[in-house]
Design a protein around this ligand. Structure first.
Ligand code: HEC
Length: 209
């Protein structure tokens, strides 16, 4: 390659580089840009409603009440029988006898040595308290002696609680399912009555007689 040819190529490269430089700076010359003091939008952690944020639904829900099945409860109760029985006048074991426990005060079975934690919890074994306790005993009553992982499934809890409910000379009635108001429920319908039109009509359009 002769010297002229080399210069041509070098020149072309230089021109291209220069062109690129100009193009890169040019917009900044023509367009004045400064960061606004308040950004138009902010990038931050997105607020995503998580399961933990959700308000717990009122207790009990229909699924829970529907799952109150003593036959199934008897099966679930097999997880408890190493420590408990629910027989009338049944003996205490590692855990207290559970006859008549639904609706009773926590930690009152005669002859059983409860933990301080349970006795001082001041709990009454309502359906809701039992459900919470059986879900995770050691978390629900911290310091309890009931060394049991808990029943993860609410339907298992409802079933075994039904069994306990029936382990009584006078079982309490089943709880009423709590219906949650649906936010998308349409507003009350507008009727002539709700607008007081009927009254006005009776009053002959509001005229005083
Ligand atoms: C490893 C033994 C063990 C197992 C398994 C166990 N429990 Fe218990 N449970 C205990 C002990 C011990 C206590 C007393 C806790 C305390 O004093 O803190 C207790 C207490 C209770 C109480 C409160 C009784 C009262 O008089 O206040 C209920 C209700 C109960 N258990 C139900 C169950 C059910 C239902 C199951 C099975 C799903 C179960 N437990 C499984 C040992 C056990």
């Amino acid at each position: 390659m002769d010297e002229l040819g080399f210069n041509k190529i070098a020149g072309a490269i230089l021109a291209t580089a220069l062109g690129v430089m100009v193009l890169r700076t040019a917009p900044h010359i023509f367009i004045h840009s400064e960061m606004p003091s308040t950004p138009a939008y902010r990038v931050g952690p997105l607020e995503v409603a998580s399961k933990d944020d959700a308000e717990p639904l009122p207790f009990p829900q229909l699924v829970w009440v529907d799952a109150m099945d003593s036959t199934r409860g008897l099966k679930v109760f097999k997880k408890c029988t190493s420590c408990h029985n629910a027989d009338i006048d049944g003996a205490n074991g590692t855990g207290p006898n559970l006859w008549n426990v639904v609706g009773s005060t926590a930690g009152v079975k005669d002859g059983f040595k409860y933990s301080n934690a349970l006795v001082t919890s001041g709990k009454t074994w309502t359906y809701e308290e039992l459900d919470g306790f059986l879900a995770k005993p050691t978390k629900y009553v911290s310091g309890t002696n009931m060394n049991f992982v808990g029943l993860k499934k609410e339907t298992d809890r409802a079933a075994v609680i039904e069994l306990l409910r029936l382990a009584s000379a006078s079982p309490l009635s089943k709880p009423t399912p709590q219906l949650v108001e649906n936010e998308s429920t349409p507003e009350a319908e507008v009727t002539p009555q709700s607008l007081n039109l009927e009254t006005k009509e009776k009053d002959h359009g509001g005229e005083v007689h």
